[in-house]
Design a protein around this ligand. Structure first.
Ligand code: NAD
Ligand code: UDP
Ligand code: UDP
Length: 343
């Protein structure tokens, strides 16, 4: 299969997706830690289709082989079963460092492991980036703002995090991961990027993920009670996964090296969001209020001025369109008799 010159020719791979033929000078070796997870697998699709060599490192704690199965036989793709808490030697040009459980029930299942993943895991990836002079992007989180006292949240806000609460293993883990990124930048000239991601949803979320979008959709599709934690007046702002992936790729390949919010400012109360999903699924579910979870942030909405200015990025998929695709995905999972026990 010879490239048709110029590096713009495309070739259908076995999975039907078109892969651009890149010349050797343009083709990068890109490591994606956590690449078998929800966000990671969509990022891998984009990088593979752009013609790069992609190495996925994953311990399959919350990720699944089937999320990247469609690339397994492609010559540009490599899947390594590995825990980022352990050191590893690889030769790469860029590192997207996503490995870390992201949903509250998953990251609270083994808080010590979550802390090790964010600290030792990020340290290892920074050591690797330093050794091979690769640029490294950390997927940090809006959780670094904690229960915010500033609304919406700009990157300059330092946050309001309870250091010993049930969310701390994740929030403080990401905060120290950010600290390590800039310490390695200053001390060892590592080329770093930090994305602060706000609530993101889409196909391939794990059915037992436990986050609000997958829970509500799965409950609504089965006409089971929709579980609202607390009074439901807390807010979140929801972004579709393709917008996030575009933002991550722009941040990685641009010049801006400071933390950057990537999210959709479209804000809902959890109450309104439950009604919205009920409508879209034409569900007859009842709404039930359960006990509030500890330290649940009361409001969250990104200020995306920086991403617009520095990356020319803003979300293009409206929440309704994204939800329609996600509902279709979960309906398919249910049809296959998939693993559907909302946590
Ligand atoms: P996910 O749970 O689907 O993916 C995480 C992946 O990391 C999984 O494949 C998991 O198996 C892997 N992993 C976990 N611990 C690991 C370890 N020690 N070694 C190797 N692999 C490990 O979650 P996601 O939603 O795809 O999140 C991806 C990244 O984005 C995470 O870093 C998360 O903190 C960040 N993020 C996501 C959101 C969101 O709304 N989805 C919001 C903010 C930040
Ligand atoms: N590391 C790694 N792969 C590499 C280079 C380093 O996993 O290719 C790990 C290394 O084992 C160490 C961490 O990254 O635990 C930090 O590396 P660094 O060189 O900064 O620190 P040092 O090894 O000097 O403590
Ligand atoms: N939530 C809810 N019911 C659920 C799952 C979540 O009411 O079944 C609420 C949760 O309390 C929070 C919001 O929805 O206020 C978003 O929760 P999620 O776990 O998706 O992400 P978070 O932003 O809290 O990390």
């Amino acid at each position: 299969h010879m490239p048709q010159g110029g590096g713009s020719a495309k070739m259908a791979s076995d999975n039907g997706l078109q892969v651009t033929e890149l010349s050797e000078s343009k083709r990068m070796r890109i490591l994606v830690t956590g690449g078998a997870g929800f966000v990671g697998s969509h990022l891998v699709d984009r990088l593979m289709m752009a013609g790069h060599e992609v190495i996925v490192l994953d311990n399959f704690f919350t990720g699944r082989k089937k999320n990247v199965m469609h690339w397994v036989n492609h010559p540009n793709f490599q899947l390594i079963s590995h825990d980022v808490v352990e050191p590893i030697m690889l030769e790469v040009d860029q590192i997207y460092h996503l490995a870390c459980p992201a949903s509250p029930p998953h990251y609270q299942y083994n808080p010590v492991k979550t802390i090790k993943t964010s600290t030792m895991g990020t340290l290892n990836m920074l050591g690797l980036a330093k050794r091979v002079k690769a640029r490294i992007l950390l997927t940090s989180t809006s959780e670094v703002y904690g229960d915010p006292e500033v609304h919406p949240q700009p990157e300059t806000y330092w946050g309001n995090v309870n250091p010993i609460g049930p969310r701390a293993c994740y929030d403080e883990g990401k905060r120290v991961a950010e600290t390590m990124m800039y310490a390695y930048q200053k001390q060892s000239k590592v080329d770093v990027r930090v994305a602060r991601i706000f609530n993101t949803f889409g196909p391939r979320m794990h059915p037992n993920d436990g986050r609000v979008v997958s829970n509500f959709i799965i409950q609504a599709l089965q006409d089971k009670d929709i579980t609202i934690y607390g009074n439901g007046e807390q807010t979140r702002s929801f972004q579709y996964v393709s917008d996030l992936v575009e933002g991550l790729i722009r941040l990685m390949n641009g010049d801006y090296d400071q933390p950057t919010n990537i999210g959709n400012p479209d804000e809902y109360t959890v109450n309104d969001f439950s009604k919205f999903i009920k409508e879209l699924t034409r569900s007859s579910s009842k709404i039930s209020h359960l006990e509030a979870t500890a330290d649940d942030p009361r409001k969250r909405k990104p200020d995306i001025t920086v991403a617009k200015r520095e990356l020319g990025w803003e979300p293009v998929v409206d929440v309704k369109t994204g939800l329609a695709k996600t509902i279709e995905y979960f309906a398919g999972v249910l049809d296959e008799g998939g693993e559907i026990v909302p946590t």
